[in-house]
Design a protein around this ligand. Structure first.
Ligand SMILES: Nc1ncnc2c1ncn2[C@@H]1O[C@H](COP(=O)(O)OP(=O)(O)O)[C@@H](O)[C@H]1O
Ligand SMILES: [Mg+2]
Length: 509
């Protein structure tokens, strides 16, 4: 007889239905797994045997064939252990096969018969819900799976024995509760930063519209400090965003204890990160830092120290909001609607353009260093600011500075205005930065004097078409922060100044 158990294979953040078919037939005592298993799936045979033995189930000396259907879909990961074991138990009559028909099963087995947590419980639960089935998953993954819906039937046993007892009715498993991670109350606060008023303003604008930001300045001027305070002014994730972000983190196995958080991701990969680490790929096509920052911030400190290939791989996700990983036999895509924040010194010695300093290597010091950032990548950065060294006066007797909570309130209001504006247009994340070019031309149509300014600036600075639209987007955000319906000359002037900082830098070099 053939026992059939439903499970999933992950493609991107989607769980594709897979059927595990187990047949026990007379013959030599062997177990074979077919259906494009990878190494982890092939090794599942040993774990399943040991776990069944530890649970007191003796395997008959027969031939066991396990087929993972559809046979041409690659199966990766260790979550096939539990469906294979349950299929075998059902084929041997240790649990009723019809009881399992209504469940999708994922889980890894330990040799002692306990069930170990696996990545991807949330997308598996959502997939099961869509199929109208329940989910059997490891106990640790239960709280995460419970987010998929209140009506979803979830069994989260600690061991094979606990699950068998549940089906026998001797020890009933209770449904796990969805849990949320308590947010640490004390995020670093912008009030800690002395001076740097214009940098703080730029940070507020970037947060309000979801714009990409580049900070350039000498070492020790507070660039890393400013970036680290961005999470304290960003609004929390909406319920739909929370689920999307958590799906990616679930696939990557990064949901600690299966708990979800409504805080926007803030990822800070080191500059030695490879291309696969940034945009995803490598073994099992895992999501990269760009996807893990979905609906949040990807902060690249010491921007030019990243390898140019890694940085240029970010160009496509920055434009489309999606990371696409091409494999030999299939294509995987992960959402990556990110806000890029970068910080850099103006040159290798760090002091180019500072009054009273001259680089030992002359102007080439700055031009060589900045050339590591390609033009097309630079073009995607809407706001570029100089962060000069803090003046002694500011350090010793700083003017009182605003707390993050006050700035966060203004940011939240501006985001609300954007959300209402884009609600019907399907703009991802509902921010000005993600608005389509056609829409921004109508929503940010400037008044006549603004138009004149924009025309002059575009001609003089030779904006690319992208640059032109990005200036409009930043201007729209500035108007939103002002609570204005239309974009005026003053908003455009500020937006253009944010684009000019980069050009000035090149002029210094
Ligand atoms: N504006 C500032 N206000 C207060 N402290 C600052 C400021 N700028 C720099 N510092 C101090 O200098 C240290 C280094 O700042 P950091 O942000 O790492 O500089 P950068 O990244 O620009 O090289 C900080 O830890 C902080 O102690
Ligand atoms: Mg730094």
């Amino acid at each position: 007889m053939v026992a059939r158990i439903s499970t999933v294979a992950f493609q991107g953040i989607e769980g594709v239905p897979v059927e595990v078919q187990v047949m026990v037939a007379p013959g030599k005592f062997v177990t074979q797994i077919v259906g494009l298993p990878d190494k982890a799936v092939a090794e599942s045979r040993e774990r399943v045997h040991a776990a069944l033995h530890a649970s007191g189930l003796a395997l008959p000396a027969k031939r066991v064939t396990v087929n993972l259907a559809p046979a041409d879909l690659p199966k990766e990961g260790s979550h096939f252990d539990l469906p294979i074991a349950l299929g075998l138990m059902a084929a041997l009559g240790a649990i009723p096969a019809d009881a399992l028909a209504d469940y999708v099963v994922i889980g890894e087995l330990n040799l002692d018969g306990t069930i170990a947590p696996v990545a991807g419980a949330l997308p598996a639960a959502i997939g099961a819900n869509a199929l109208g089935k329940g989910l059997i998953c490891p106990a640790e993954s239960g709280p995460e799976a419970a987010w998929a819906g209140a009506g979803l039937d979830i069994l989260a046993p600690r061991s094979l024995i606990a699950l068998a007892n549940h089906f026998r009715g001797t020890q009933v498993l209770s449904r796990p509760e969805p849990s949320i991670r308590a947010n640490a109350a004390n995020l670093p606060d912008l009030a800690d930063i002395k001076g740097q008023e214009s940098a703080k303003r730029a940070l507020e604008v970037a947060a309000a519209g979801g714009h990409n930001l580049l900070m350039v300045g000498p070492p020790g001027s507070g660039k890393s400090m400013l970036a680290a305070r961005l999470p304290s002014i960003l609004p929390p994730l909406s319920a739909a965003e929370l689920l999307e972000v958590s799906m990616i983190h679930s696939i990557a196995g990064q949901l600690a204890g299966g708990k979800l958080s409504d805080r926007r991701p803030f990822r800070t990969p080191h500059h030695s990160a490879t291309m696969a680490a940034l945009v995803g790929g490598g073994l099992r096509a895992r999501p990269g830092e760009a996807s893990l920052s979905h609906h949040g911030v990807l902060f690249l400190d010491e921007f030019p120290e990243f390898s140019p290939q890694s940085l240029d791989a970010l160009r496509q996700p920055l434009e489309t909001g999606e990371c696409i990983i091409a494999r030999a036999n299939h294509r995987v895509s992960y959402p990556a609607n990110i806000q890029l924040v970068a910080a850099m010194n103006p040159c290798r010695c760090g002091m180019a353009g500072e009054p009273g300093h001259s680089c030992a290597r002359g102007p080439r010091c700055a031009s060589d260093y900045q050339a590591r950032i390609s033009g097309p990548l630079m073009d995607r950065i809407d706001i570029r600011i100089d962060v000069p060294a803090v003046s002694a006066i500011d350090l010793i007797r700083p003017a009182p500075s605003e707390a993050s909570a006050d700035i966060a309130r203004r940011v939240a209001r501006a985001r609300e205005i954007q959300r209402d504006r884009y609600a019907s247009s399907g703009t991802a994340g509902g921010t000005n930065a993600r608005c389509s070019t056609a829409l921004i031309e109508t929503f940010a149509a400037p008044d006549p004097s603004g138009l004149q300014l924009l025309r002059d600036a575009a001609e003089k600075m030779k904006f690319s078409a992208r640059g032109y639209h990005r200036v409009l987007k930043v201007a729209r955000t500035l108007a939103d922060l002002d609570g204005k319906d239309s974009v005026g000359r003053i908003h455009l002037a500020e937006a253009i100044s944010y684009r000019m900082a980069g050009e000035r830098l090149t002029a210094v070099a």
